[in-house]
Design a protein around this ligand. Structure first.
Ligand code: FES
Length: 132
């Protein structure tokens, strides 16, 4: 799959996050977080219940903007690594996505293939897979 243009780097201020709909790729949605001069990208898929982290659009960060926070039950994750360091999925991690920045544009690189190569690909369960 070819790379996809996500947004301009400057569209995200320091300490801001933004979600992107990737339904047309038949993949879970994704989000970006900017911290200083770096941008990090993850699947919008909390490892606790495998559901989106944001209950309100683009609400991915803790109040102090120092960690990613799941709005469902409050688990928190390091922005740089996606590792959960507080809450219900302690020790687990968000799934990083391959992004690059070129000429002020943030690109999603060859998404499915690269995630699969890294053994990180997993789909959000369909309703029929969920318990109960
Ligand atoms: S679904 Fe994210 S902490 Fe429970």
């Amino acid at each position: 799959m070819p790379r996809r243009r996500l947004c301009e780097f400057d569209a995200l201020g320091d300490g801001e996050a933004k979600g992107f709909d990737t339904d047309d790729l038949d993949l879970p949605d994704i989000f970006l977080v900017r911290k200083g001069d770096e941008i990090f990208g993850y699947l919008n898929d909390c490892p606790h219940w495998n559901i989106p982290l944001d209950l309100a659009p683009d609400k991915f960060l803790s109040r102090d903007k120092q960690r990613i926070q799941c709005s469902n039950h409050g688990a928190r994750f390091a922005i740089e690594t996606g590792k959960c360091n507080f809450g219900q999925c302690l020790g687990q991690a968000l799934t990083a996505i391959p992004i690059t920045v070129e000429d002020n544009v943030v690109w999603l690189e060859d998404y499915g293939v690269r995630l699969a190569e890294r053994g990180q690909w997993r789909l959000t369960p369909t309703p029929s897979d969920e318990p109960g």
